[in-house]
Write a protein that binds this ligand. Sequence first.
Ligand code: CU
Length: 469
Amino acid sequence: MKRRELLQTLACAPALAVPHLAAAVTPRTLTAAPATLAAAGQASLPVWAYDGQVPGPVLRYKRGAVLDLTLHNQLPDPSTIHWHGIRLPNAMDGVPGLTQAPVAPGERFPYRFALPDAGTYWYHPHWGTPEQVERGLAGALIVEDDVPPPVDLDLVWLLDDWRLDANGRIAENFYNFHDVAHAGRLGQRVTVNGKVDLVQALQSGQRIRLRLINAANARIFALSLEGLDAWLIARDGIPAATAVPWEGELLLGPGMRTDFIIDASKPGRHVLKDSYGRGERALATLEVSGKASGARPAPQPAQREPLPEPDLARALEQRMLLGGGAMSRDGWPQESTAEREARRQRQIQGAREASPVWTINGQAHMSHDREHAAHASEFRVPRGGSVRLTFENNTAWWHPMHLHGHHFRVLSRNGAALPERPWRDTVLMAPRDRVEVAFVAENPGYWLIHCHVLEHHAGGLGTMFEVQG
Ligand SMILES: [Cu+2]
């Protein structure tokens, strides 16, 4: 059976029927609950955690395996799990009020779907997302290559930042107006796997794979590593055509992933740095012991499995104009006086709710983490149809735009064609950028397109489209 047919079979079959995949299924439970643990440089920090860990456990599967996981919600709030970057049936996408009911406190929800693509992915809630992700609910989902590039160590580093208050606790000012209207919630404490100043010991001569995941609410990491030979081999899970030497700063927006191969050829301490915004921060250190070893040939990325190729000649063309935010040229979303007052009262009473600040094609899509059914689809496309989508960022801010359930090719940026047409599930847009992407609408259902700065999404910067089955 061809892969495309397989996916179509999966898409129209009930979630439990996956007869064509022989890989073993090992059911497991993942519990989301409050916990107090050492994280973000604090000896005991109250967090929300998956299985008592921050970040959550690394979930590892073979390509083609079936993920069979039951979320047990022991949080005081409803929750769901979204599987970022995975091409899956719509009912498994974890969007409350759109693909499933929110999982109430004390309740369980089974997620069961095949993993079609190898790569570095991640999971996080999609209900009350700015708060739940900031409190610690995020983890890596690794789907192993059929034939991985040979390495001595395969490391997964989940990058995050934390805003702590004067008492060293997670600051409670979620959804505050300034964060929503500007760059989102940035924290003063930057961590790798929940730790400040993580040190990884290596032996000289080792070759490692380093998988980086940006799980921060809003921080764009500007990553650099000096002193070691390093190559970029995958973005957003998808292998690059060839390994690209890592030089200078690599921008990794919220939701985005990047995989590197790094050779521990020189002894000493080599620091992974972030130079986003003002100043420079050490994220983690690779500490190489032993004698210097010689340079090795560049690695080969894993073989890329074919993804459904968009048919540009017949594609549905859509434009998405991103507007609003602080310093907007064209004004802010319109609200009636009554709506504004009702929302202000709810906020005063403690509702976790943003104000409408951002728009797509003139509409602020509010309550997007809770009440999707109240929104209209931005466009509809028959299953198997191609879509050519142009994002125009008419704002003064950066936005990592994420498409649920699909990979897309990036065709051009600001009128300049990208010859390789790289595959992504999240594309980072600078202020005033114009980016064209294209994809095949594979699976029936309602899919989100939104900014992965979580406060921007909460403030209206998201929409959805329908794939008609
Ligand atoms: Cu944004």
